[in-house]
Design a protein around this ligand. Structure first.
Ligand SMILES: C[S@@+](CC[C@H](N)C(=O)[O-])C[C@H]1O[C@@H](n2cnc3c(N)ncnc32)[C@H](O)[C@@H]1O
Length: 302
């Protein structure tokens, strides 16, 4: 049995206090603004709840109605519509629109070097993979705007520059806008401020746009970004050495969490590592995973 995961936004993110907005350089950002004067009636909210649960496993409880109203209203306006009803008629016919809807509803808070207490265990996992395999495969599942996988890529380069080319990082997220920002590789000075000074000097350089920084091409090249809904089939053909899925399952209902942990376990190499957010600790030895430390689990041998 899994312990219930907490449902509050975890701490540990410098971004946790900022509004639910996908931020990025001009031209790539999708900002969520306005939307206060459209009214969401209970039937519309119930339908949005059902769509978000069915499509993305999101658990939108009644107290989230205000946030839902705000975020969906932005989408309604962007499509030139004037009511939630009209919008839901469109969403019923258009699966792509449902994907945009759940992307807008998901919380994108993230930051560079978030929950860095876990990094020594990542170092051990990468070292073990490099010893036993020709390549080390890491997946950042629910990578938001890219800070998490880019942090992993910087660390791998700093720890073992000669072997960094053998470490491949796949980073995926449900939100189209978040993936677009991640691919852009450009962040504000406030965002790159979370990178330790030595690594920031090495891997982030001022962009032509004042107040923005570009992440070094060699770091960006080691990460492949893609859009993926975790509820859909996964494209990986080979098992992974490390999976990061931090601060993602916290927004899912218990049944979805349980299913997903089982799928992560199957997708890992024996001895592979699963990193969850620190507010998402599962009990020891759940579904073939043994607890190590700091919300990190290791797959027990099959
Ligand atoms: C709070 S962010 C966490 C980002 C990063 N892992 C971290 O810990 O900083 C949660 C991310 O999960 C993504 N997400 C939510 N539901 C998802 C789903 N069904 N499939 C893929 N990604 C999902 C959201 O789009 C969002 O970017």
């Amino acid at each position: 049995m899994l312990a219930p995961l907490e449902t509050s936004e975890p701490s540990g993110s410098r971004a946790a206090s900022r509004p639910a907005t996908v931020r990025g350089p001009r031209g790539t950002a999708a900002s969520i603004t306005g939307g206060q004067d459209l009214t969401l009636d209970p039937a519309d909210f119930t339908e949005i709840q059902a769509l978000a649960r069915a499509r993305a496993g999101l658990n939108l409880t009644a107290e989230k109605a205000g946030v839902v109203q705000f975020r969906v209203a932005t989408r309604v306006r962007a499509l030139g519509m004037s009511s939630f009803r009209e919008y839901l008629e469109r969403a019923r016919r258009d699966p792509d629109e449902v994907s945009s809807l759940v992307g807008a509803l998901a919380n994108n808070n993230t930051s560079f070097f978030r929950e860095s207490e876990q990094h020594p265990l990542l170092r051990a996992a990468v070292a073990q993979g490099l010893r036993t395999c020709s390549d080390v495969r890491i997946w950042s599942a629910g990578c938001s705007t890219g800070e998490e996988p880019l942090t992993l890529a910087m660390l791998v380069r700093a720890w073992n520059p000669t072997a960094a080319g053998r470490v491949r990082i796949l980073a995926t997220d449900l939100s189209r806008e978040a993936v677009a920002v991640a691919r852009g590789g450009r962040y504000t000075d406030e965002q790159v401020g979370a990178i330790p000074a030595e690594l920031r000097a090495r891997f982030a350089s001022p962009a032509a746009d004042h107040g923005w920084f570009d992440i070094a091409p060699e770091v960006r090249r080691s990460v492949r970004f893609a859009r993926l809904n975790l509820m859909d089939p996964w494209p990986m053909r080979r098992r992974l050495h490390v999976i990061f899925c931090r601060n993602v399952m916290i927004y899912f209902d218990r049944a979805t969490q349980r299913r997903l942990v089982g799928r992560f376990c199957n997708a890992l190499e024996p001895g592979g590592y699963l990193f969850l957010g620190q507010a998402e600790a599962l009990p020891p030895a759940t579904n073939g995973l043994a607890y190590l430390d700091q919300a990190v689990y290791r797959k027990v041998d099959e």
